[in-house]
Ligand binder design. Structure first.
Ligand SMILES: Cc1cc2nc3c(=O)[nH]c(=O)nc-3n(C[C@H](O)[C@H](O)[C@H](O)COP(=O)(O)O)c2cc1C
Length: 361
């Protein structure tokens, strides 16, 4: 049976009969088991729209966004779906449970989710062990590690948390994402502004002994004037890429009930995120790469953002609704720039990529 039909006709109805987080845990449990048996030959993502970015070589521009595989339990499975990179996390330095359940809600008519997970994490030490195992199977694969702070850590001490997580996880990470944009950890988003942001980025660059590319992930709920400040601070602190955007606290018109507290992701986020992505592209004017994320679920949306100038895209929520064949569908629909149609794409900075990966593994 065609894999899309297998998902929509059989697997999705079973998963959607469960509450959203139970479905997530069931699917991730299966992905974890499959990760152990997937043959090496299936771990080579399709080369389409190949590119290099901050010294890493990416076989294609479509990645898995943070939040799905928070603890790096199933990276080989996601690589086998065709994702050109996987971002794990958010990982906190110490283990924590996250917010009370229920904390994840499906909006099926909107193709959306609302979540207020609050960074459940097995902690940096355990995730480092999972990543070490993943690296045995995927020595050269681009794995981003998204880091955050523990809930109990006061915001003034947040940078210590980020630095601990960086030091523990950098040996296994191709790049690190600094998450200052989740709406579900009190005050976290204040780290996106002014002195707090500058202090955090300075501390992280100083702690970045392995010289990993540091990316900054931002929220879609930022005033344009603040956005300009964030872009300038990021560039001044040599951020490798801006990842726009996280989930939104806004509630655009929805068909389903959208009254749960938390961040909205999926189809209704696309116009909101895409406006912010374009604004970040305009403000940064090529001085820092932009990774676009937020509601992407079709090849048209993927192509639209790539044409606008993003270097990579990431997605999460559309995978829940469309199933694992989505990555293949998107890559087949990827429009290759003229002059780039027959041969797979831009020459990578393979020397630096090799250096980075050798250090990673
Ligand atoms: C259930 C859930 C949990 C998430 N957890 C995280 C997280 O821990 N860290 C993070 O940076 N983003 C997290 N995200 C945000 C996604 O990475 C992404 O930025 C957002 O969902 C928009 O993309 P999408 O519409 O393709 O899902 C989460 C999203 C969802 C739906």
């Amino acid at each position: 049976m065609h894999s899309k039909l297998l998902y929509t006709a059989i697997l999705r109805p079973i998963l959607f009969s469960l509450d959203a987080e139970a479905a997530h845990n069931t699917a991730l449990g299966m992905a974890h088991l499959l990760s152990k048996v997937i043959p090496c030959s299936k771990l080579q993502p399709p080369r389409r729209g190949e590119r290099s970015l901050f010294g890493l070589h990416l076989p294609n521009p479509v990645g898995l966004a943070a939040g799905l595989d928070k603890n790096a339990a199933a990276v080989p499975f996601f690589a086998s779906l065709g994702f050109g990179h996987v971002e794990v996390g958010t990982v906190t330095p110490l283990p924590q449970l996250g917010n009370p359940k229920p904390r994840m809600f499906r909006l099926p008519r909107d193709g959306a989710l609302i979540n207020r997970m609050g960074f459940p994490s097995i902690g940096a030490d355990q995730v480092a062990m999972n990543l070490a195992r993943a690296r045995e199977r995927l020595p050269d694969y681009v794995i981003g590690v998204n880091i955050g702070k523990n809930k109990e850590t006061p915001i003034q001490n947040a940078k210590q948390d980020y630095c601990v997580a960086l030091r523990k996880l950098a040996p296994f990470a191709s790049y690190i994402t600094i998450n200052v944009s989740s709406p579900n950890t009190p005050e976290l988003r204040s780290l996106q502004h002014g002195e707090l942001l500058a202090g955090l980025l300075t501390a992280l660059q100083e702690a970045n002994a392995l010289n990993r590319p540091l990316c900054l992930k931002i929220a879609p709920d930022i005033q344009d004037t603040d956005l300009s400040e964030i872009v300038e601070v990021a560039i001044a602190h040599k951020i490798a890429a801006l990842i726009a955007t996280n989930t939104t606290l806004q509630r655009p018109q929805l068909s389903d009930e959208g009254s749960e507290t938390g961040g909205l992701s999926g189809a209704p986020l696309f116009p909101i995120a895409s406006r912010v992505i374009r604004e970040v592209l305009r403000l940064s004017a090529g001085r820092v790469p932009v990774i676009g994320v937020g509601g992407i679920g079709t090849a048209a949306q993927l192509n639209e953002l790539l044409k606008a100038g993003v270097s990579l895209v990431q997605l999460y929520t559309a995978l829940v609704f469309e199933g694992p064949s989505l990555v293949d569908t998107l890559l087949r629909g990827l429009e290759m720039p003229l002059g780039n149609r027959s041969a797979p794409a831009e020459a990578g900075d393979s020397h630096q990529a090799r250096r980075t990966h050798a250090a990673s593994s």
